[in-house]
Structures are given as C-alpha cells and as structure tokens.
Design a protein around this ligand. Sequence first.
Ligand code: MG
Length: 213
Amino acid sequence: MPICFDLDGTLGHFSSGFVLLRQALGDIWGQAPTQDELTLCKGSTDWEIVDDLHRMRFGRDLDESGYAVYEKACLSHFQRAFAPGVWEAEAFGGVLEGMHCLARRWPVWLVSGNAPAVLTFKAEKLGVDPAIPRLGSLPRHDRAALLKRALRDCPGPHLYVGDRPHDLEAARRTGLPFIGVGNAVPGEHQSVPSDAAAERLVAAVEASLEPGW
Ligand SMILES: [Mg+2]
C-alpha cells in the first residue's frame, strides 16, 4: 500500500464540483438530475453517484460505456470552468508540499472519487508531480475497493489521508491508518488543518505509521 491521498478537500478545493457533475449528466440525459436526487446518492465516488442517479432516472444500472460518456462530458465541464481567467482552484500549498516530500521517501498515490480523466485534470491544476500515480473512480469500485486496488504489489507503508468521514470509513474497511485534513473528520486519528505547513503533515504521517517505517 502506498501512502494514499484523496484530492478534493485534501490537497485543494474545486468549487461547484457537484454542479458540474449534474450539468454533465444534463448534457447527456437531456435534463440534469436535481439536487434532491443527488442528496439521495449513497456513495462518494463518481461511479457510485452516477450509477445511483442513472438507476433513479432509467431504472437500471449504469454500464461502462455510459460511464465513459459521463467522464468525457464531466471533464469538458471542468476544463471550461477552470480555464485560465475563469474559476481558480484553491491549492493547499503546505499539504501538497508535504505530500511531495513524502513521495521522495515512500510510494505515494492519489486515490480519489473523481472519474480518472477528471482526476488527472485536477491533479495537474494543483501541480501534483506527474510521477505520482493517480487512481480515480472505476466502475463497480467503492472507495475502499479503490484503496485495496492501490495496495496490490506495494510493500507499504500503509496510510490514507482524506478530509471526509467517508475517507475515514474507507480507511477502516481497508485496515489503514488515517490522517484527516481539515476539521470535518472527528476521531482519534491524527489531523492537520488544510493550511498546515508541509512539516506538520510529514510529522503526522510519521507518527501514524506502524513501527519499522
Ligand atoms: Mg475529499
């Protein structure tokens, strides 16, 4: 398992992400899902959310080709919304710097609920080193399944950094130590503010790793 980082709310912030998701589905389906429908979705990854919305709209599961169409449309909305001179993403500079420091010592991955092409776009906007692998939302994978996939063939160390209770829950289900960014994940784990300096994140990771790392 690499040291895995969620993206949204953990490394930075892209405003109106769910608005863009709904607009993308509106392009494809002719009418955007409502905010109430979105609220009924249970998962935290794009696949889970779009699959839920698809079932509400059409009464059947999403398939891979439908997800690929969504991914393309969603990427296009993000590219337009976050083009130069339009909206600006907010990067959490200290957390990003800390992640890059950690990547010089240990394997580090991005594991995020964004569809893969959207994750690649957002990571680039935030200035994430292209050498850090990205694992975005895949069909029939919840967040814990994505973490388990990142775990394959990697000796460790084992850890997940995220900003939401669903990140903590996925870490628990995968058996990983967890570090929270921001104050939206109460619990006994280590936490750092989103404006923390790099050194603080690195210290929190070192304190959370199993002995021997
Ligand atoms: Mg997040």
